[in-house]
Every structure is written in C-alpha cells, then in structure tokens.
Write a protein that binds this ligand. Structure first.
Ligand code: ADP
Ligand code: MG
Length: 629
C-alpha cells in the first residue's frame, strides 16, 4: 500500500489537498516537518496517512480532550485502530489501554501532554517502537501565542527521555513569525521541512451587516437556516445569556458556552452541539478551540471581536468540510466601546513590566483599529483579510458581501463639519454615543442630564438618523480627522487634519451600499446578484435533490444515535451532497462518493444505498443543476 491507497481505502478521498502530499512525502522520507495550514485544510490527514505506513506507533499530542475523542472516533469509523489517553479515562481504563497499546493494538495514540511523563506511560513507550511524535495545535508551545499551554513544555522533556528519537512533526493553523520560530526551536525540530499553505478559505462567504436590531437579525437568520448548525459569538457572558434567553423563548434549539458555567454544564452543552442535538451554539470566545465539528454552516459574530486574528480563527470554524458556509459579523459602533472596555479590564500577567504592558496595549489598540476598519470596508473582505495576514489577495473574490453589492459615493463634508463643531462646542468631553445623540437631537434622559439640549449643535443633523451619524463619525476616525482617547471613555477629539478641513475645500466621502430610494432597501439587482453568488447547497442540488439530502441526513442522524457518535463523523455534509449528486445504485458507484471508504461502506453503505434506491425507485434521475462532472 502507498499513500494513495491509504487515502482511498480508509478515508474515501480521491486526491490530496494543497500541501498534504508534500508534507506526507517529507515524513515518509524520515524528515521532521512543520505544517502551517488554515483550519479545515486537512492537517490530521498529514500525519494519519504516514502513521499507517510506518512500522511503529504514532503518538499525537493534542491540547483538548474533546478533540481527541473526536479524532479517535473518526479514525475508528474509518477502520483505523486508534486510542486516546487523557484524564477523561479512569486509571484502570488507562492501564487497560496501555496494555493493548503495548500489545500492538493501536497504530495511532492521542495523548494529553500532562500524561506523557507519568510512570505508566513512560513504561509503555519503553516497550514499543515509536515511529513518530506529532504535536497538533503546536502554537500552544509558544509563549508568544494567545493559547500558550505550559503543559506543552512537557513534550520537550518527554522527547529527551526517549531512547530513540522519533520523527517529530508539528501542525498549527496560526503561526506568526515569532510563534513559528518558537515551535521549531522549543520542540527542537531537526532541519524540518516547513510548509505554509495559503490562508484563503474559498468556501467561506464573508459579510459585515449593521442591522438596527441584532436580535431580530439573528432570529431571522436562524429561522431561514433552521436545519443548519451554527455558532453565534458574543463579546461578553452577559450577551450570551441574554441572547440565549431570547432564542430559547422563540423555541430555537440553542445551547450556550462561557467561562461562567460549571465545567459539567460546558461539557454537556458542547456535546449537545457536537451531536447536533442543539444545532445552534451561543458562546464567548472561550468556545471553539479544538472543535472539529465539520458541518458548522455559519458563524455569526454578534459583536465585533478584538482583532482580525481572533475573527479569522473563530469565523474559520465554519465550513471545515469544504462545503459552503457563511461568516457574518454584526457591527455596531457600540462594539468598539465594548472592546475598549474589555482591553482596559484585561488581566495582565504579573510577569510583565510596565513598558511591556504599554507595548501590549498599543499592539491591542492597533489590532482593534484594523478590526474596526474591516467593519467599515467597502472593498473585498477576503482581500483585506489576506493582506492583513501578509498574503496578496485579489481585489475581487466574488464570494463576499462587498463583491456582490453596489456602492454609491456620498459627499458628507457638510455633516462632517457639523460633527466637528459639535465636538468643539461640547469641549471634546464626550464619546460617540453622546455626540451622535446631540446631533440627532435625541432627548434621552442621559442627554438632558448632561445639559446638552441647549447646545447650538443640538439637532443640527436631525435630518439623518443616529446610526448614520455614527457611521460618518467612524469614517472621520478612519480618515484621521478625529481620534478617540485610549481609555474606557473613548472621548472624541479633533486632530490637526480637522482644522485643515475647515479651512480648505477637502471633501469627506462616504461610500455606502446603494439603496433603492422607494423602498429604502438595497436595489433589487444588488440583492439578486448577491443571492446568486452566495454559495449555497440549494445552488448545487435541485428541489428533488434537496429532498433526498434531507432523507440521507435523517438516516445519518438515526445511525449517529445508534452508535452514540456525532453525525458528521458518520459522514460529512459534503459527502451527503456528493451522494445526492452521484446518486449511486451499487457498491462500486457508492465508493466513488467523496468520503466513502471501504470501511465506512461496509458499515453503512447499504443503508444509504437503500434510501437512494427507494427514493428513485431505481430509475436514474438528475438531482443537481448544471454539469457536475
Ligand atoms: P484541520 O485540522 O486542518 O483544521 P481536519 O484535519 O480536521 O482539518 O480536516 C478537515 C476536513 O477535511 C475533514 O472533514 C477531513 O476529512 C477533510 N479532508 C482532509 N483531507 C481531505 C482530502 N484530501 N480530500 C477531501 N477531504 C479532506
Ligand atoms: Mg486539526
């Protein structure tokens, strides 16, 4: 058997994805490797395939218990003998597993880092041949990264204790230059082949929306995607709880996750989500590391995150199966305020000096600015993300909101001047909410209390609404006409450029999505264009095909229940779509479906064939639009 046979027989795939083949080749040549590939790119396969071709055992270090279980289940499903050793097992279960392992039962063993140096484990490794040690989520070893795990340093000590050094391979989705160096250095990779693939995730659709009521938007979205699984990220625990309450009242099957829940609640809620018992998860950013659920069809950010680093990682949890998925950020000016507040109250490790703390704060401010800029963007979202991460993006991707709508340029110089006078009149003492409130002429209690109702500027922009005023203020921030103090008040101040604009005839231009004057909605053509290029399952399958898809999905759910397994581990959404497209009638046709390997065919193939045969009555039928092959 060679690597292609393994790919086909066990995983049911016909070809390698970008980067996989060369990494596997290096490993089989006996080299250390470091693979940096985005989420969903298929890093697991890069060590699982060679693991099956090497004489000894492969140890995989992975930070999260849930992740290990998931991977081991998936391997067992594919007919590969694998096990995991971590604190979710009792001591007697562990010693049993190690016994079987010593007897050569397993090719791949997942281990939690803190288990490595235990007596039993060391005892076990001395008895067997270890061909490879793989460090998954390798960025956890770097103190530069956000996810540093001290237990990862144990890996190094463990390697040093081995009689014979195995090949060492490391994988991660996020590695800046610093983190990359750390991984190579700390893990002691020897002359490794380092492979970095592009960070673009073509199947993800990116959008920023600014709905008046975020709750309504979310409820509406979930309603329209009621059969899909998705994650909604909120900035704070309180937001999570509130939204959870609201959605529960609407009878949406939701669950939640944040650091304020007990570990038992977290475990249970996470499991309910993974097993599709509650398809919607509302969570803070505490949720998601190591969640390999491949059929997450959307990730909505209820609040803007603190950085694009965070955003891309969280949004990237959508569409791991390569099928179409949506990443939508719901932006409001208030988000900037929340994030400043979070930065101000960020707990600093006692280890830092004041200078370092200042440097970190500055870095965080820069990141927040770039994130805010993303939310205001009128150009291609994907291009902006890729450029931010140091890759050259194309100005038109065709699969983001901005590439699919028309903009118009509005000259807002007049409004900008009034905003400037208002800030001056208020003595530069207020933040964006108060200033926008004054200009709109809102008579909120707060404003009355401040005594601003007497201002000359009060109501001087009452012809446009408050949201748009804030939007214009943001444009001015972006153009450096204004700046905000770096404290929790975020007071609006004028820059020198603001002076200039009052004296010269420079214009301030606001590019905004084109609206249809009659309906105040986006123009019909823009909406239609958007709908057509927004990639959806319903674009591939016709209505008969979608019906078949639902039936196959039901069967998958039944089997998942029987086996106590997450549905996506039985077959991914992508596999089910391909099953509809090919609508196989026999074993050989079924084996051509992506994700159907021999082992899975033996287990489930016939049951799925039966559904297809019954649905079609054995008559050939086309379940998709256009030409697929
Ligand atoms: P990562 O760890 O890089 O985030 P995974 O290893 O979890 O990604 O893989 C993501 C998904 O891609 C899985 O469902 C996996 O089965 C699928 N996959 C991996 N390699 C291939 C391939 N060559 N062809 C088709 N699907 C693949
Ligand atoms: Mg992974």
């Amino acid at each position: 058997m060679d690597k292609f046979d393994i790919l086909n027989k066990y995983f049911g795939y016909t070809s390698f994805r970008e980067g996989q083949e060369s990494l596997i080749g290096s490993i089989l040549d006996g080299k250390d490797v470091l693979g940096i590939m985005p989420t969903g790119a298929g890093k697991s396969l890069c060590y699982q395939v060679p693991a099956l071709l090497m004489p000894g055992i492969t140890l995989v270090i992975s930070p999260l218990i849930s992740l290990m279980k998931d991977q081991v289940q998936a391997l067992n499903q594919a007919g590969i003998h694998a096990a995991y050793i971590n604190s979710s097992l009792s001591e007697s279960q562990i010693s049993k597993a190690l016994q079987l392992a010593a007897a050569g039962q397993y090719k791949i063993i997942y281990v939690a880092p803190e288990r490595l140096e235990t007596y039993d484990f060391m005892n076990f490794v001395r008895q067997v041949e270890i061909s490879m040690l793989t460090v998954d989520e390798a960025h956890c070893i770097s103190q530069w990264g956000q996810d540093f795990r001290p237990s990862y340093l144990k890996i190094v000590q463990f390697i040093n204790k081995l009689d014979k050094r195995p090949i060492i391979t490391a994988f991660t989705a996020t590695a800046t230059e610093n983190v990359k160096e750390d991984i190579v250095c700390v893990l002691g990779l020897k002359n490794p082949d380092i492979l970095v693939t592009g960070f673009d995730r073509k199947n993800l659709y990116f959008a920023v929306e600014t709905p008046k009521k975020k709750d309504t938007y979310v409820i509406d979205y979930i309603d329209k995607h009621s059969t899909d699984s998705g994650i909604i990220y909120c900035a704070t625990r309180r937001n999570v709880d509130n939204l959870y309450e609201k959605l529960s009242k609407q009878d949406v099957a939701v669950t939640k996750y944040h650091a304020g829940l007990t570990s038992e609640e977290r475990r249970l809620n996470q499991e309910n989500f993974i097993y599709d018992r509650t398809p919607v998860m509302i969570a803070t950013n505490a949720f998601g590391m190591g969640i390999d659920k491949s059929n997450v069809r959307y990730v909505i950010h209820y609040n803007m995150p603190q950085s694009l680093e965070n955003y891309y990682q969280e949004a990237g949890r959508a569409g791991r199966d390569g099928e179409r998925a949506e990443c939508i950020l719901l932006y409001s000016a208030q988000d900037v305020v929340i994030n400043r507040f979070l930065l101000d109250n960020k707990e600093q490790n006692g280890e830092y000096t004041q200078d370092e703390i200042n440097a970190i704060r500055e870095r965080d401010e820069e990141r927040l600015k770039a994130m805010t800029h993303y939310c205001m963007l009128t150009a291609c979202f994907r291009e902006y993300i890729l450029n931010y991460f140091g890759e050259k993006g194309e100005p038109y991707c065709g699969n983001c909101l901005n590439c699919n709508r028309e903009f118009e340029e509005v000259d807002v110089t007049e409004a900008a001047l009034r905003i400037i006078s208002c800030i001056v009149e208020a003595g530069q003492r207020y933040g964006i909410n108060v200033i926008a409130g004054i200009l709109a002429g809102s008579s909120r209690a707060k404003l009355r209390e401040y005594g601003v109702l007497e201002y000359k500027s009060f109501g001087s922009l009452s012809e446009i609404n408050e949201v748009e005023i804030k939007q214009i203020i943001n444009i001015m921030l972006m153009n450096n006409l204004l700046w905000q103090t770096n404290d929790k008040y975020s007071l609006l101040k004028l820059t020198d450029k603001a002076d200039e604009i009052m004296k010269s005839d420079t214009r301030v231009i606001y590019k905004r999505p084109k609206k249809n004057p009659e309906t105040e909605k986006e123009t019909a053509s823009a909406t239609a264009k958007r709908a057509s290029s927004k990639m959806r399952r319903s674009d591939t399958l016709n209505s008969r095909g979608l019906e078949l898809f639902e039936q196959l999905r039901d069967l998958r759910k039944t089997i998942a229940k029987e086996e106590g397994m997450p549905p996506y581990i039985i077959f991914s959404d992508k596999t089910l779509v391909d099953m509809c497209v090919r609508s196989p009638f026999d074993k050989s046709e079924m084996l051509k479906v992506t994700g159907v390997g021999e082992n899975k065919y033996e287990k489930y193939g016939e049951r799925f064939l039966n559904v297809i045969l019954e649905y079609t009555g054995g008559v050939r039928e086309k379940f998709y639009f256009g030409d697929m092959f």
